[in-house]
Design a protein around this ligand. Structure first.
Ligand SMILES: NC(=O)c1ccc[n+]([C@@H]2O[C@H](COP(=O)([O-])OP(=O)(O)OC[C@H]3O[C@@H](n4cnc5c(N)ncnc54)[C@H](OP(=O)(O)O)[C@@H]3O)[C@@H](O)[C@H]2O)c1
Length: 166
């Protein structure tokens, strides 16, 4: 099983503001979609509530401690990262954790890939990632995007591969 994290963060490591994504970068969302399509995606309840629908073409597994939490069609509920991974492993050998902060931190020691977009701006928001130690990872720049009429911020897309086996 390969566990991958995928996120976009600002230079100061913000990923979320007022329950949502603090930027609108359609081509970056296209990168997220292309990378995760066909794979199970695991997310926290608040990340799910940001869009309140299942992302198509992927198994959507939402983690909540609320046993009676009501979700829309196409969403499966899990009560922990461990059980979400066990559910996802039944149907795929690559699994994505797509947020939020707690699950990126909890999944990091288990992950062998990180798809990281760095938005080239300092942005305020309550959801921020701690610095991850990537010294034992190999980093590839996958692409860059400049500011244009549809993208208010430039961004860079990286893939980090863990060097040591886990
Ligand atoms: N930029 C990006 O790439 C990106 C990606 C994802 C999310 N985001 C942003 O990040 C923000 C949401 O992230 P967040 O970190 O605030 O929340 P989150 O991780 O999406 O959801 C938190 C919820 O997950 C459940 N949870 C947390 N720990 C748990 C555990 N150990 N066991 C079981 N359930 C647990 C709880 O749900 P219950 O309260 O229901 O128990 C908790 O309230 C939004 O602003 C979103 O837009 C950004």
């Amino acid at each position: 099983m390969q566990l991958s994290l995928i996120y976009a963060r600002s230079l100061n490591r913000c990923i979320g503001k007022e329950g949502g994504i603090p930027w609108h970068l359609p081509d970056e969302f296209g990168h997220f979609k292309k990378t995760t399509l066909g794979k199970p995606i695991i997310m926290g309840r608040k990340t799910y509530e940001d869009h309140k629908s299942a992302l198509p073409g992927r198994r959507n597994i939402v983690i909540s401690r609320q046993p009676d939490y009501s979700v829309v069609e196409g969403i499966e509920l899990a009560d922990s990262l461990e059980s979400a991974i066990a559910m996802a492993t039944e149907t795929s050998d690559e699994i994505f954790v797509i947020g939020g902060v707690h699950f990126f931190v909890e999944a990091m020691p288990l992950a062998s890939r990180i798809y990281e977009t760095v938005v080239q701006a300092e942005i305020d928001g309550e959801a921020t990632l701690p610095a991850f130690d990537l010294s034992e990872w190999e980093t590839t720049l996958l692409g860059e995007h400049d500011i244009d009429e549809r993208h208010a911020y430039a961004y860079k897309m990286y893939e980090h591969r863990r060097l040591a086996s886990i």
